[in-house]
Design a protein around this ligand. Structure first.
Ligand SMILES: [Zn+2]
Ligand SMILES: [Zn+2]
Length: 348
């Protein structure tokens, strides 16, 4: 190991130890990086709706072994290196690419760990999702390839960009080339991801962007993020008028809404993991020529592009900042729909 971890050998971590049981803030040992591992001192960790899906899951639904530390949106600085770790130096400020894969398959070799061929065998989806994550004082990252430099970007911005930013960017990238100035795009759910997706759609397409949410505050956020129109429900959207729909909720209700407004030949990107189901069939709820994609997170090169957009001032995540010790309160506010934008924890 290279680099001093400091005098304190304990670090707080938000541990998830039993299914359907709230996580608890516990002091754990500061990990020592070995081999290719890199120890990151966490400056900020975002809270995602999928953290709630993990906390609420019944045993056996997710392939994760407990316990682990939550947190899949992390930014900080390099604190120590394993003896074979290269490519970063102590003190480098970094965003952590979260969807850690096997590192060897074709997808991982191309920086697309999010689509690792061996995901089913790994027993984890990445940092904070089956492996110890960033809602802690320190995060042990398996390899320096998962670190993207952020320069002087505020960590409370960089952290949510690693999922809220990256996942939105990846979802938009999948359909953007089909969108022109006469296209209409509907964003369903203006939370941590949705409000960033609106900014990305405005930045990389000429399409009209319509935002749908049931919360008034979220629609105000959509307007601030650049949406051309905001709607409290889909009732006022004419049927089959959307060239693309991004469903950032993924419930039965939002999928029904999405399928109902999609034009023939349109694209439905299901991003949210609320567990809703949509039947595919001919005939069925989807229009002729409709495509459905299931984008998951994004690639490491895409994360570098997202960080670049933020550093250029094109993207701005609206955040509500909490201390790590306030994680339970932040999670409950998120569950109650009271977080506008992204909740971000600071370990202090
Ligand atoms: Zn997430
Ligand atoms: Zn892989």
């Amino acid at each position: 190991m290279v680099g001093a971890v400091g005098t304190t050998r304990k670090t707080p971590a938000l541990r998830f130890s039993a299914w359907r049981t709230p996580p608890s803030l516990t002091d754990v040992d500061v990990p020592d990086p070995v081999g290719d591992e890199v120890l990151v001192r966490v400056e900020a960790a975002g809270i995602c709706h999928s953290d709630l899906h993990v906390l609420d899951a019944a045993e056996g639904v997710l392939p994760y072994r407990l316990p682990f530390t939550l947190g899949h949106e992390t930014a900080g600085h390099v604190r120590a290196l394993g003896d074979t770790a290269t490519g970063v130096a102590i003190g480098d400020r970094v965003a952590v690419y979260g969807p850690w894969g096997c590192g060897e398959c074709r997808s991982c070799a191309a920086g697309r760990d999010n689509y690792c061929d061996r995901r089913a065998d790994l027993g984890f989806s990445g940092a904070g999702l089956g492996r110890d994550g960033g809602m802690a004082g320190h995060l042990l990252v398996p390899h320096a390839r998962h670190l993207v430099p952020i320069g002087d970007l505020d960590a409370t911005q960089a952290a949510p960009l690693t999922d809220a930013g990256l996942t939105s960017y990846h979802a938009v990238a999948g359909v953007a080339r089909k969108l022109g100035p006469d296209s209409t795009v509907v964003v369903v759910g203006v939370g941590g991801l949705g409000h960033v997706a609106i900014q990305i759609l405005r930045a990389v397409t000429e399409a009209e962007v319509v935002a749908v949410d049931v919360r008034e505050d979220a629609l105000a956020l959509a307007e601030r993020s650049g949406a051309h129109r905001t709607l409290p429900g889909a009732e006022s959207l004419p049927g089959r008028s959307a060239d693309a729909v991004f469903d950032f909720v993924g419930s039965d209700a939002t999928l029904r809404l999405a399928a109902g407004v999609l034009r023939p030949g349109g694209d439905l990107a299901l991003v949210g993991s609320a567990g809703g189901k949509l039947t595919i069939g001919k005939p069925g709820p989807l229009p002729a020529g409709g495509s459905v994609s299931l984008p998951f997170w994004g690639s490491r090169p895409e994360l570098a592009e997202v960080i670049g957009l933020a550093r250029a001032g094109v993207l701005r995540v609206e955040t509500e900042i909490f201390a790590l010790s306030e994680a339970a309160e932040a999670l409950e506010r998120l569950r109650a729909g009271k977080i506008i934008g992204r909740a971000v924890l600071r370990p202090g």
